[in-house]
Design a protein around this ligand. Structure first.
Ligand SMILES: [Zn+2]
Length: 335
């Protein structure tokens, strides 16, 4: 008898890993909104702030990487590339290559998986729409903190081809690696600059800005961010440049999303330290990771529904796991 593997057995999963009851509990997470450093918190129900266009993060149950199955992917970074949302993830067992899931933004449908040429704990990702490069944080080697650059000029073609192949995946190989002088935990592209941030367990972390000309990065301004930062995004709003930072640590602690203005942003290309002014902080369910502000919508992901944190009971688990690509109004995040 011919050995037969059903297509559904090897497909990258798209279904929720949470029961309706668990999602309901997460949905009803009671958070607070703090408007400035001295202001008191207003309470809110987290799920009520979700716009009705979220989608499930693919691959949490299983990911097909060019025919190889991984059941231990942990989602980390998020960015928008044209009509797609990209989500980076690494294998918590370090057995498999890191990946990027490609999801159609309009429907949140899974399109395909990109196999990256690294097994390291990939963090944030950023898309430079000017030079059409995807930047991936690689902090695995402490003597070689770097960003990996992937060419995106044939991305649309590659994605369309991969969406039709059996494994719904394709490989990408970096064509440049650029050293950076902070631990590259997360990054974002904004206004011609790649901003690279470090996760720190105590004290403040640093975000370092680099002007991007193709894959040449020239060091620019930097600024401080709180401990436990996990993701960053920028937007210009009513004439001011805002920076939003996600923070989380541990399975049980609430996450925080804090927004700042950068009054002296025009000095971004100089080798100086910028100051930030705190505007608003919002508590959220535990284990938030990447964030991307894109016009009036803000996307965020959590790692709490990854196998390592959700199914593996030995270290406890999040009380409010989230397996969705969450979509908020940017207004809620900033103002
Ligand atoms: Zn794996």
């Amino acid at each position: 008898m011919k050995h037969f593997i059903a297509f559904s057995d090897i497909q990258t999963s798209r279904e929720s890993v949470l029961s309706a009851e668990e999602w309901n509990r997460t949905y009803h997470f009671g958070g607070s909104v703090i408007r400035n450093e001295s202001g008191s918190g207003l309470s809110y129900i987290w799920g009520n702030k979700l716009l009705d266009c979220d989608g499930i993060i693919p691959g949490l149950k299983q990911t097909n990487i060019n025919g190889v199955i991984c059941k231990r992917m942990v989602p980390q970074g998020i960015c928008v590339v044209g009509p797609y949302i990209l989500i980076s993830a690494y294998c918590s067992e370090k057995k498999h290559h890191s990946v990027i899931y490609v999801v159609k933004n309009s429907t949140k449908e899974f399109v395909c998986t990109i196999r990256l040429d690294t097994k390291s704990h990939v963090g944030g990702i950023a898309y430079d729409p000017v030079y059409k490069n995807l930047w991936v944080c690689d902090s695995s080697n402490s003597s070689n903190y770097r960003l990996l650059a992937y060419r995106m000029s044939t991305f649309q073609w590659d994605v369309t081809q991969a969406s039709w192949n059996k494994n719904q995946s394709f490989s990408m190989t970096h064509f440049a690696q650029i050293p950076v002088d902070v631990v590259p935990s997360f990054c974002t592209w904004y206004d011609g600059m790649i901003w690279v941030g470090e996760f720190k367990k105590s004290g403040e972390g640093t975000v370092a800005g680099y002007s991007a000309y193709h894959v040449t990065l020239t060091r620019g301004a930097r600024f401080s961010i709180p401990a436990y930062s996990q993701g960053i995004s920028f937007i210009r709003y009513h004439g001011l440049v805002y920076c939003t930072v996600t923070m989380s640590h541990g399975r049980k602690n609430d996450s925080m999303v804090s927004s700042y203005t950068i009054p002296d942003y025009r000095r971004k290309e100089k080798n100086t330290t910028l100051s930030t002014t705190h505007i608003k902080s919002i508590t959220m369910p535990s284990m938030i990771e990447g964030i991307q502000i894109y016009d009036n919508l803000t996307y965020a992901i959590f790692e709490s529904a990854a196998y390592q944190y959700y199914f593996s009971r030995k270290n406890g688990r999040s009380k409010t796991p989230c397996d969705r690509i969450c979509v908020f109004s940017t207004n809620f995040i900033l103002c």
